[in-house]
Design a binder for this molecule. Structure first.
Ligand code: COI
Length: 355
């Protein structure tokens, strides 16, 4: 039986920490010194290793490259005001990682392998966790098939890894987005709720087209009629209409975002009305025209809360009101920052200490 707490650590002899400039942390460019690496072979997980960050050798015939058996997670560790480091809702990421694994016919990762590996990795690279408010160490667990076999069937071997990178603010200005009326991110019964690599790859062309038109991102709509809102770019989306928090209900085509869950929980804690239901693009545009749409914002791990300034629809741009100082999105953002840095109580036990 696997000893899930066994961990072989090979520290680097050439730290790259001196390359870290806390004032310039572009998302996903500079990786911390170490990575977690665990192989699945012979039907079981092998002992975990922490090794210097670096390339992996893979068979050119592996089915992640050919058939997309690859999944990932996005999560963050924060520097608390007392100097300690804590991860935000890591068990939620672990559960979602395994839900993605099941959807892609991949093995699930035991809780101890995931959590102990992450904890030890973040502890070892503690110096890479930035301090400033709004910054974090982004943690990227991932798993891919490693069989060197071109037959179309689930691989029998896999690599589970975690790489990490210090990150700052993802979007620096409110976003310009537009409703997507042609392409589809995910259909009911597909894999839209999973964080499999293919969902992101297939979104790149439509996103690039929107960017060429001057938008930052798309608002994905449903696969059959392009009528109902699904997600915005790589984030969930929340609207405030008539002072109510309105967001598309989770489905097989929508990712069950952990930032989404957290923001809805805060809204409920504050006694606000939360509606998780179908939201049509016309409802959003009508509310905007009537002055009843107070806010719209994306929610995701990378960006946390990203306010939307403009929504495009059929070639026309519709501007939202400027985000007021007392806007819900600002309040929620500040509340999350305070919980993550240990400055406010954590009533839902979202933070998990690393040390
Ligand atoms: C997130 O917001 O966490 C995402 O999923 C974006 C990531 C793919 C960069």
């Amino acid at each position: 039986m696997l000893d899930t707490l066994a961990l072989d650590v090979q520290p680097t002899s050439a730290s790259r920490l001196a390359q870290l400039d806390p004032a310039n942390m572009d998302f996903g460019k500079l990786f911390a010194d170490h990575m977690l690496a665990v192989e699945f072979t012979g039907g079981e997980w092998q002992p975990s290793r922490i090794v210097p960050y670096g390339p992996l050798a893979v068979s050119p015939a592996n089915s992640a490259l050919h058939y997309g058996q690859a999944i990932f997670e996005g999560m963050k560790a924060y520097r608390q005001t007392n100097g300690q480091v804590a991860m935000f809702r890591p068990l939620d990421n672990w559960q979602r990682f395994n839900a993605s694994a099941e959807r892609m016919a991949m093995p699930t990762v035991p809780q101890d392998v995931f959590m102990h590996g992450l904890r030890e990795l973040v502890k070892l690279d503690d110096a890479w966790v930035p301090q400033a408010i709004g910054t974090a160490l982004y943690l990227r667990p991932f798993m891919f098939a490693t069989d060197g076999f071109l037959g179309v069937r689930p691989s029998e071997t896999y690599h589970f890894g975690v790489i990490t990178c210090p990150v700052g603010v993802y979007y620096t200005k409110p976003l310009r987005v537009r409703f997507e009326q042609k392409y589809v991110r995910a259909a009911p019964g597909g894999a839209g709720y999973a964080k499999n690599a293919g969902n992101y790859g297939a979104a790149m062309l439509p996103s690039r087209i929107a960017q060429q038109e001057g938008y930052n991102q798309l608002i994905w709509t449903d696969a059959s009629a392009h009528q109902f809102v699904e997600e915005s770019g790589t984030m969930n989306i929340i609207f405030i209409i008539d002072n109510k928090i309105v967001t598309p209900a989770i489905s097989t085509s929508i990712l069950d975002g952990i930032t989404r869950r957290s923001v809805l929980q805060l809204a409920r804690d504050w006694g606000l009305t939360v509606e998780e239901r179908q939201v049509s693009s016309l409802e959003v545009l009508d509310a905007l025209a009537a002055g009843r749409l107070q806010e719209a914002f994306g929610v995701g791990t990378a960006a946390t809360i990203a306010p939307i300034a403009t929504i495009g629809f059929e070639g026309q741009d519709h501007d939202l009101p400027a985000v007021a100082d007392n806007a819900f999105s600002r309040r929620a953002s500040a509340a999350l920052d305070a919980i993550r840095t240990g400055q406010a109580p954590d009533p839902h036990n979202w933070m998990v200490a690393v040390s």
